[in-house]
Design a protein around this ligand. Sequence first.
Ligand code: FAD
Length: 317
Amino acid sequence: MKVTEHIKKAEGKTLFSFEIIPPKKGSSIDELYRNIDPLMAYDPPFIDVTTSREEFVYIDKGGLLERKITRMRPGTVGICAAIKHKYDVDTIPHVLCGGFTKEETEYLLVDCNYLGIDNVMALRGDAMKHQRYFEKTRGGHEYASELVEQIRNLREGKYLHETMEAGNRADFCIGVAGYPEKHLEAPSLETDLKKLKHKVDMGADYVVTQMFFRNEAYFEFVERARAMGITVPIIPGIKPIAVKRHLQLLPQVFKIDLPEALIAEVEKCKDNKAVRQVGVEWCIQQSRELKEAGVPVLHYYSMGKSDNIKAIAESVF
Ligand code: FAD
């Protein structure tokens, strides 16, 4: 079922959902299941599965390092199929521009369609580690809006190159990313919102936000998006702080602002067990306020370990 249909069916009740990261290649999927199992009690209508783009690895060839390109966390669509089958829940693969040609994306979407996957999240992806800026993959897309257009075209049976009659219309519900504190490359929030509007105009059906720790950032973002004519659901994505290092890491990687009160509480902590507890409590407060405000879904970034998300869900749902 589509995310938009789940939201409609809920009739104003806030739904619980979360995002998981595929395990590193060579690991078993059982660890993932052990983290998903405790969260199923909160009835998520859908689970997102991220995609990691390719990266360089260096292999020691007798003193000389050989550079090879690989994907350390492959298998997004396979994991979506496995989870969908095991838990009878909708799964949402993240589809990237970076690292994929349009053809490869089309094959992936065809697989998703065969597997009965109804939703996809369309994202640009980040620059590779050695790149200063995102560089379009040869034969791929530059912006998420172009990827949205490719996915939307399947609704009309328009596949690439149009060399054949395509009777099958793959009607994916399309999610895109939104940034309450603006995307790190955008010159202003206003400009970034215009690009978000473009993604919606190209066919996106809903938005999931980047994490934020001040709910005001989300509320203002939604207000500005609505004023601009973006009418699709805007799902808040939130994450509990889990280790002290997040105080530097999250602002550095995502260019987000952490509230003084949260920083002060984390700095008082003697170890990361205490930080994890502070993160849970902060996220519970954020979740309760967002739920009271009537958000359609509370979407949690689980980053592998689910004990903290379970503690939050227990208090909020
Ligand atoms: P876009 O919408 O293409 O925007 C990228 C930048 O370009 C923005 O600054 C925007 O303002 C600007 N822009 C857009 N269109 C134009 C245009 N026509 N002209 C000029 N500028 C333009 N990353 C992963 O690698 N894997 C994941 O699974 C993943 N999941 C995510 C899930 C969520 C909910 C979120 C919020 C992010 C996720 N990301 C993921 C991170 C995402 O890939 C990065 O934030 C990336 O840098 C931007 O992706 P986007 O889809 O927002 O890009």
